[in-house]
Design a protein around this ligand. Structure first.
Ligand SMILES: [Zn+2]
Length: 141
């Protein structure tokens, strides 16, 4: 494979990139799939225009990513600009609370009340912020 490769397109799914690769192969264009955070389909620079043409003519519903060469937008903390962030584990938390509430409810024979508490907790969990900064503990959506 030559050194000068161009990214023709990219997909979120490896199998979609594989389909594009086969289509190009069928058109006599050697392509490789390079997996980074996405599956990029790359060809020799000289074949890039033709490859784009070939893929445009193919009627396969593939989940193509626009602007393939742009870096994936990483979630950044709005408070301290740290990239050390994590998605909060909302449902895990809900599971823990639900177990505790049900345990108490069964112990005191008040499962009707427990139901309301769980519903309220579920509402809270669903509206809670999605991201959490590991460095400064800021939360945002
Ligand atoms: Zn932060």
């Amino acid at each position: 494979m030559p050194e000068t490769l161009a990214t023709v397109t990219a997909y979120r799914r490896r199998d979609h990139a594989g389909v594009a690769q086969e289509v190009l192969d069928g058109a006599g264009i050697e392509a490789i799939v390079e997996e980074t955070d996405v599956a990029k389909v790359r060809v020799d620079n000289l074949d890039a225009l033709r490859a784009g043409d070939v893929l445009n003519r193919v009627d396969v519903p593939l989940d193509e990513i626009e602007e393939a060469d742009e870096a994936k937008r990483n979630e950044v903390c709005p408070a301290c600009n740290s990239q050390n962030v994590e998605a909060s584990r909302k449902w895990q938390l809900f599971g823990v609370i639900a177990m505790a509430v049900m345990g108490i409810a069964i112990a005191v024979s008040r499962t009707d009340a427990a139901f309301f508490i769980l519903a309220a907790t579920a509402m809270y969990v669903l509206t809670a912020n999605r991201w959490r900064c590991v460095d400064c503990a800021a939360r945002w959506d």
